[in-house]
Design a protein around this ligand. Sequence first.
Ligand code: F6P
Length: 543
Amino acid sequence: MSMVTRAWQALEAHAETLKTTHLRGLFERDPGRAERYRIEAAGWLLDYSKNRIDDRAVALLLDLARAAELEAWRERLFRGERINHTENRAVLHTALRDRSGGVLEVDGRDLLAEVRAERERLYRFAEAVRGGDWRGGTGEPIEDVVNIGIGGSDLGPRMVCEALAPYAEPRLRLHFVANIDGEDIHDVLQRCRPERTLFIVSSKSFTTQETLNNARAARQWFLEQGGREADLAKHFVAVTANNRLATEFGIGREQQFAMWDWVGGRYSLWSSIGLPIVIALGPAGFDALLDGAWAMDRHFREAPLEKNMPVILGLIGVWYNNVLGFQTHAILPYAQRLARLPEYLQQADMESNGKSVDRAGRPVERQTGPVIWGGVGTNAQHAFFQLMHQGTKPIPADFILFRESRAPWPPHQRMLLANALGQMEALMRGKTAEEVRAELAGRGVEGAAAEALLPYLVFEGNKPSNALLAERLEPKTLGALIALYEHKIFVQSVIWNINAYDQWGVEYGKQLARGLLEVLEGRAPAEGYSGSTLALLARLRGD
Ligand code: F6P
């Protein structure tokens, strides 16, 4: 029997013994629990004591990590080995925020030097836009910056720009267009003046249908509004790894910023794909974002597994997903500006670990990536928390908190934090029948009336959560938080022995969409589709 199989069996056996243990009991019996189940790194504190684990569960999870050779895989990642084996690529988003000033040689090239050189170009351009020195065709400074991209070429920059809006250059307005639903670009263009607008066409592959069509629409709009062909170079830049296609599209090499095939789309906000962030925050702000991620990278690479934040978060997720059989994981930022974090992490996690074939091409034997979802607190409390408290599905959750807020309303921040703590405590403790009876008696409800209400007011509790706490939402802490989740995703992919860095599953739907577009446009016959699709096509075409 392999060491990995043995580790899984030991975990499963231990889960049986923990089945009847309530989190309340774990806290009552172990006063040092909160102190012990806590890690600090890169400006973040992780309190993982409200999880359905004990010391033995943690030890067995660490055994599993060692059996899966997590430490060796971690080195392969950082050194730039081609761990994305189905695309024969290295996975080096960590190189983009390597602040050591050192050398990272891969295939005879110093990647860090290339990264630094390209970033300098990016910074120079962003400074010119920010300072009003980059002028449009009529000599006016840029006021509106429109990022056209989708997936990894949209979600990261959009989430970070929203999260760090108080740090942004106030003279500039940033817009993001992703969807091929024409309403998306229509709404944005209505708010822009062509002579003061800069479009960033952001696509690693430069083949993505949504992005290319939105970019064509933007160019058409620019020309229809009186812009001149000769001025396109002042209003359109590209971020891409495919220089040939960007040039064919009409964006010259001087207006292209580099992306590399060793950066996955969903891990790319640290690269030139982060141009909207650099324009918003300036080089110093972007540097701080990178610094935060680099601090988390070093922690992940150097800290022993048992004191390693991404490792512990990843292993707790494995415990719920594979051993206790929970299917989903909620991301709950208690910060309005992080409202887009759940959506960002959906791509990061679900596109990475939504796999069912292992690294040897065999069907996996265990569950892989969980369903990631969530929402911003406190709003989510008034939406889906009822199901978390009293529904039938256990939902582990990450509560993300900041001690301070930049908003000039200190009482609001205290209320926000009190709510987060209250929810975590309630999920964990629950409320027993005795406690409910006493509460009802205090309100004068007793006897049969109290007993009839009782079942509805009892909370089972024992619902797990992690608390992630930082001082404030700023570039550095945000960079570290994103890197934390990136590494957590990697840790889980190693345990499940899957490749987190390809995404073949996304391609099939795109392929069918291309054929169906031809049918909708009357260029191809409606053949070879299911009865359902044929009927929908007929309705859409008005046949
Ligand atoms: O959704 C699939 C995907 O390939 C993502 O992985 C990627 O982030 C997105 O499309 C956009 O790709 P590109 O940057 O090449 O346009």
